[in-house]
Design a protein. Structure first.
Length: 280
């Protein structure tokens, strides 16, 4: 079907490839560097990244080059789209938005670059919703409004086993005050004003996860929502968390279990878990 509006995002949206292919969403890859090796994050095996992190091999993430966006936008223009909506990870966490804007200024169709001020499936659900509106023939204003409404209203809850990986990557934001606390103290984090900030502190991993679950259920309420459980090398715990959410959230349109992108995993570390609650 001919699309007047095309949707582009980056790989931190954590959407399964099958879904992006189905909805015609273009995904520009953030790169991950392990030691001296750099590649698109989709080509970095998660076990390789986890092993490197646990062995204290230097790991870093690199935003896409503007050229990657330029060729993606140009290809869409060649297909006849009239405008492009490019939806990305918080500019306070990555220079991805800056790269997208640099490329957008050089293409012949209007490109609307959106800084979501968030990450993970809060982006993913916004991208998915916008793509469905575009696929149905919705105009630019409807697509933009749909994406904006979804990421503005989404909640991103994050559990990490340790803040060390966030500290190493410089993504710790206001949560820096928690570094150096009691070893058994497990921080719960969220996204606020584009950066990772403290939400709560709980003693013990099980209690922390139960607290995150309680917060997610409360924020979901009785209204229609999409819910995602995200993890990095913690599928078993994520599956248990999803099972509890199925019982506790009464009005869910879509549940999703997904491993976060390697670029996010490189900062949150092995064992990290997240819950996204996105009102429909």
């Amino acid at each position: 079907m001919y699309r007047r509006v095309a949707i582009v995002t980056d790989s931190t949206a954590c959407l399964p490839a099958q879904l992006t292919d189905q909805l015609g969403i273009e995904v520009v890859q953030i790169q991950v560097r392990i030691g001296d090796h750099t590649d698109d994050e989709s080509r970095i095996p998660v076990p390789e990244l986890v092993s490197a992190m646990r062995a204290n091999v230097p790991v870093a993430t690199i935003p896409p080059d503007p050229g990657a966006f330029f060729w993606t936008y140009n290809e869409l223009a060649a297909q006849g789209v009239r405008s492009i909506v490019s939806i990305h990870v918080s500019s306070r966490q990555s220079a991805t938005v800056e790269a997208a804007r640099t490329a957008a200024a050089q293409v012949r169709v209007p490109v609307h670059v959106i800084d979501t001020q968030t990450c993970g499936m809060s982006i993913g659900y916004a991208v998915q919703a916008a793509a469905k509106v575009a696929e149905a023939g919705g105009n630019l204003e409807r697509v933009l409004a749909t994406a904006q409404r979804r990421f503005d209203r989404s909640t991103e809850l994050i559990y990490v086993d340790t803040l060390e990986y966030l500290r190493r990557g410089g993504r710790i934001g206001a949560a820096a005050a928690l570094v150096g606390g009691v070893l058994s103290m497990k921080p719960l984090l969220t996204m606020a004003d584009g950066q990772i900030t403290p939400l709560d502190k709980v003693i013990g991993a099980d209690r922390a996860l139960n607290r995150m679950l309680d917060i997610a259920i409360k924020r979901a309420g009785n209204d229609p929502v999409d819910v995602a459980v995200e993890h990095f090398d913690a599928e078993e715990k994520a599956t248990r968390l999803l099972r509890k959410l199925r019982k506790g959230v009464p009005n869910v349109r879509q549940f999703m279990l997904t491993q976060v992108s390697s670029a996010i995993g490189a900062h949150v570390g092995p064992g990290a878990l997240g819950i996204t609650v996105s009102p429909v």
